[in-house]
Design a protein around this ligand. Structure first.
Ligand code: C2E
Ligand code: MG
Ligand code: MG
Ligand code: MG
Length: 269
């Protein structure tokens, strides 16, 4: 869909835009090769209980081990992967690695959270991929959480909403990522089978020692999360001050460089 729109616009490209379009096509080709050659690596970042910093789970974050550009973060390829639909194949490889990790480490604390794009949820065979991958590795669905951004949820077609509901029925958790950055935070909580909320890091970074509007917002979201009996995770915690403020507000879980950076192996309990 997005690709077709893109093509139509190419009539108006000047030289710079032409170069950008070529670079994009080049990345698209390289992404196809990367899928065939399995160049994707999964990093794991710990999620901790703010009360005592013990590990309660991990988030899986994909990296592309590019043959000549080194390790690339999602920011450098995710948009193209989504626009071309290649994210579905990449996501299948990520899930496979995550399930292999869970099977290999039955004592790993808590679930592993996997990011999923709207494109993946809308793909007709995504649900089957999830079921098959869990079965192949004999992984309990309760050990997987799907993270979907609030913005992605807004654009979800009915089939994708149904897919989310089916995933939830399998026993998989559903967390709303980057919470607070979309336009419909509260109605999404009502309309979808959400089990947890991740407070966007922008709110965390705005926290101040003296009470500010940012502090009130974070506290308010936690009230909402608690009232709905959801799991609350504050993202992007970089300082002890942020960790303490969120803990004192009653935020249950936290994640960020202060507790642990994404790494190739998960942290032990
Ligand atoms: P996200 O799901 O919101 O993940 C959190 C991002 O914040 C990650 O960036 C993580 O490395 C970074 N982060 C963690 N702690 C801190 C901190 O203390 N400070 C700051 N400034 N940043 C922190 P990353 O790994 O570059 O991923 C970016 C986004 O790409 C993710 O945002 C997620 O939306 C998407 N993504 C990552 N892996 C996958 C995947 O396997 N599939 C899909 N569809 N999307 C993915
Ligand atoms: Mg996430
Ligand atoms: Mg996030
Ligand atoms: Mg994000």
């Amino acid at each position: 869909q997005a690709k077709t729109t893109g093509r139509a616009r190419w009539h108006f490209f000047d030289d710079t835009m032409h170069a950008q379009a070529l670079a994009r096509l080049n990345i698209e080709d390289q992404l196809r090769e990367a899928i065939t050659a399995s160049q994707f690596v999964v990093f794991y970042q710990p999620i901790v209980a703010l009360a005592d910093a013990h590990v309660v789970g991990h988030e899986a974050l994909v990296r592309w081990a590019h043959p000549n550009r080194g390790l690339l973060s999602p920011g450098e390829f995710l948009e193209i992967a989504e626009d071309t639909g290649l994210i579905t194949a990449i996501g299948a490889q990520v899930l496979d690695q995550v399930c292999a990790m869970l099977a290999e480490h039955p004592d790993l604390p808590g679930p592993i959270s996997v990011n999923v794009s709207a494109v993946q949820l809308a793909a007709p065979d995504w649900l089957t991929t999830v079921r098959d991958t869990l079965a192949t590795h004999r992984v309990d669905p309760a050990r997987i959480v799907i993270e979907v951004t609030e913005t992605a949820v807004l654009s979800l077609v009915d089939s994708a909403r149904t897919a989310l509901t089916s995933l939830r029925e399998l026993g998989i958790g559903i967390h709303l990522d980057d919470f607070g950055t979309g336009y419909s935070s509260i109605s999404v909580l009502r309309d979808l089978p959400v089990t947890g909320v991740k407070l966007d890091l922008r709110f965390v970074h705005d926290l101040t020692a003296d009470d500010s509007q940012a502090n009130a917002l974070a506290e308010g979201v936690n009230g909402l999360v608690k009232g709905l009996h959801l799991t609350g995770i504050a993202e992007g915690i970089e300082t002890q001050m942020q960790a303490n403020i969120l803990r004192d507000q009653g935020w249950e879980h936290g994640q960020g460089y202060y507790f642990g950076k994404p790494a190739t192996t998960p942290l032990p309990p």
